[in-house]
Design a protein around this ligand. Structure first.
Ligand SMILES: NC(=O)c1ccc[n+]([C@@H]2O[C@H](COP(=O)([O-])OP(=O)(O)OC[C@H]3O[C@@H](n4cnc5c(N)ncnc54)[C@H](O)[C@@H]3O)[C@@H](O)[C@H]2O)c1
Length: 324
């Protein structure tokens, strides 16, 4: 496992990796020499390093984002071509264009937005967003770096007969993720309930009705294992990967669940101001992956919140001050 430990708190996971016998290399995917220093060949390279915030580059320089998510990813891809042969790319639902995502017809229930049956765009139904949803309009700098990388991954498959797979993930959430306001917000939500810190429903009227699907890392891991077993049949393909409509929540529903699981209530401010890159609803329609790999997520929203809560409780002192 290689990581430059840029993500605040990521060094805390190293002890657990050591216990599991996972070798850690402190390196940066932007640095050719850091990859070159690694000896030997590999069966698979899973590219999961990134600047993962959709707000990255907004109001400042996109340099780190472009260098890591584009240049660094391509370095990993080339490293995989030379040394691994199989490349698994963790892409994102953020490759889908923002304007069409905002055009999805929604209805409002007391606790969440819901997708209606009245849709005019391709790739959307009550089950969520499929791989055919539009990507051709702006989708944030973060989304663009991932989409651009996807294209090159597919060219490597075509040009070098390389075996690779692209997973467009919805929200991944679970223990070991160092949630912050612009990424990992579900972990942050549980953490703030635990540490009794206030929160904010931001955007879309300020009622906390925005919805996302969540995927437990163990469910992602089980999918990747199944994909690797069938890599010859699915190389170069793109899959939407997430918890789907069954494992989705609004922030308002999440607050209610956190109150129950954590046992604290915190103040949640209502802020109707919506960020230009925010969207009211994203749920992965993972039907293609389910059929191809006989897979489905096993962990519910309650399981995920419970696992995050236990992790924070067991590491209370060490994690205090990490989530911001
Ligand atoms: N968490 C989600 O909801 C989500 C959703 C869709 C896609 N993804 C993708 O999944 C992957 C993992 O995301 P995550 O949520 O675990 O994010 P994360 O920030 O927790 O993990 C990314 C890791 O990459 C490391 N890193 C950053 N820049 C690096 C560099 N230049 N060289 C080496 N390491 C570097 C960070 O230190 C961090 O440990 C990313 O590719 C992300 O884009 C995540």
């Amino acid at each position: 496992m290689l990581d430059n430990l840029k993500r605040r708190g990521s060094e805390i996971n190293l002890a657990a990796f050591k216990q599991l016998g996972i070798e850690f290399v402190h390196g940066d995917i932007r640095q050719h020499s850091d990859l070159e220093d690694i000896s030997g060949n590999f069966d698979v390279l899973i590219e999961a390093s990134a600047e993962p915030s959709v707000l990255a580059g907004i109001g400042g320089s996109p340099h780190y984002l472009l260098q890591t998510n584009l240049w660094g990813t391509l370095k990993c891809l080339e490293f995989a071509r030379e040394r691994a042969g199989v490349f698994v790319f963790l892409s994102t639902s953020r490759v889908y264009s923002i304007a069409p995502l905002k055009e999805i017809d929604l209805q409002e229930t007391p606790t969440r937005f819901e997708i209606t049956d009245r849709q005019t765009l391709p790739g959307v139904s009550r089950n969520g967003i499929t791989e055919s949803f539009p990507t051709h309009l702006p989708r944030s700098l973060y989304g663009a770096t991932k989409l651009a990388s996807e294209l090159i991954v597919q060219e490597y498959v075509d040009t070098y007969a390389m075996r690779a797979i692209i997973n467009r993930c919805g929200v991944i959430a679970g223990p070991g993720q160092f949630g912050k306001i612009d990424q990992g917000v579900f972990t942050l939500w549980v953490a703030n309930h635990f540490y009794k810190r206030p929160l904010e429903y931001k955007g879309f009227g300020g009622g906390g009705k925005q919805v996302r699907d969540l995927l437990h890392p163990f469910d992602l891991f089980s999918l990747i294992k199944r994909q690797l077993a069938k890599i010859e049949q699915c190389s170069g393909e793109i899959f939407n990967v997430g918890g789907g409509i069954e494992v989705s929540t609004s922030l308002s529903e999440l607050s209610a669940l956190c109150r129950e699981v954590v046992g604290h209530e915190v103040a949640v401010k209502e802020n109707p101001e919506t960020s230009a890159v925010d969207i009211p609803m994203y749920v992965s329609d993972y039907n293609k992956a389910a059929k191809a790999f006989d897979w489905q997520p096993r962990h519910s929203v309650r399981d995920i919140v419970g696992d995050i809560f236990r992790w924070i409780k067991e590491n209370e002192a060490q994690l205090r001050g990490i989530f911001t």
